[in-house]
Ligand binder design. Structure first.
Ligand SMILES: NC(=O)c1ccc[n+]([C@@H]2O[C@H](COP(=O)([O-])OP(=O)(O)OC[C@H]3O[C@@H](n4cnc5c(N)ncnc54)[C@H](OP(=O)(O)O)[C@@H]3O)[C@@H](O)[C@H]2O)c1
Length: 192
């Protein structure tokens, strides 16, 4: 990978019942890897509330990366994470562009008009305003550039709104000093 360390290592999916490892045994492996210094943060992905509760018996992930976007219905997981100091990272933030519906479209338009944003920028802004970290991707340079103002706007919110725990502050400061505030920011820097 041509790097001395990894910013964030995630358990991509919770183990299935017949897997030869459990949430707790996997997490202990991750803690050991982090202790080597080659990984800065460890987290999980696609964990629901019972799975998070199992994990919380032995440790707290920095991040739970889940599918989340304006109009999605897994708000309970988001609230649970916030209440337990786990940063929610939302994949699929642009899902409403692929699956339009009148209710979400009206909300997007409202956000666009209030803030002079494009549709994708409005969708990122919605997440950031709710203290959720969007993770996006594009093969198109113009689309990545379109995401830049949302990243900048989010950075302006860092002290005011985005950080609500010391843990998050540490996470973002370290990433900011390395110009890797978010994965979308990282991609943008790498591709511009
Ligand atoms: N943990 C998990 O289980 C999981 C699952 C899925 C994804 N992920 C992560 O999430 C990241 C984000 O992927 P995602 O698909 O979920 O993100 P997304 O932001 O919802 O969608 C990205 C897709 O939208 C298109 N797009 C980008 N900008 C656009 C714009 N302005 N207008 C219309 N379409 C636009 C891109 O296509 P073009 O390339 O054509 O622009 C790209 O294929 C991935 O890189 C992956 O690392 C994680």
């Amino acid at each position: 990978m041509n790097t001395n360390y990894i910013d964030l290592l995630l358990i991509h999916f919770p183990p299935k019942p017949n897997d030869p490892y459990t949430i707790q045994s996997l997490w202990q492996e991750f803690v050991s890897i982090k202790a080597t210094g080659k990984v800065r943060y460890i987290g999980v992905s696609n964990f629901d509330i019972p799975q998070l509760n199992t994990l919380l018996e032995i440790g707290t992930p920095t991040i739970n990366q889940i599918q989340y976007y304006l109009g999605s219905d897994n708000l309970e997981v988001v609230e649970f994470c916030k209440n337990h100091g786990i940063l929610v990272e939302a994949y699929g933030p642009l899902t409403p562009l692929r699956n339009p519906n009148p209710k979400t479209d009206a909300l997007i338009e409202k956000l666009q008009n209030a803030n002079h944003l494009t549709k994708s920028q409005a969708l990122f802004r919605y997440l950031l305003d709710n203290n959720i970290l969007p993770i996006t991707t594009s093969f198109k340079k113009e689309r990545l550039k379109e995401a830049l103002p949302a990243v900048a706007a989010a950075l302006e919110l860092v002290d005011l709104k985005f950080l609500f725990s010391r843990k998050y502050r540490n996470f973002l400061e370290i990433h900011l000093t390395q110009e890797r505030s978010w994965q979308c920011g990282h991609h943008l820097i790498a591709s511009s």
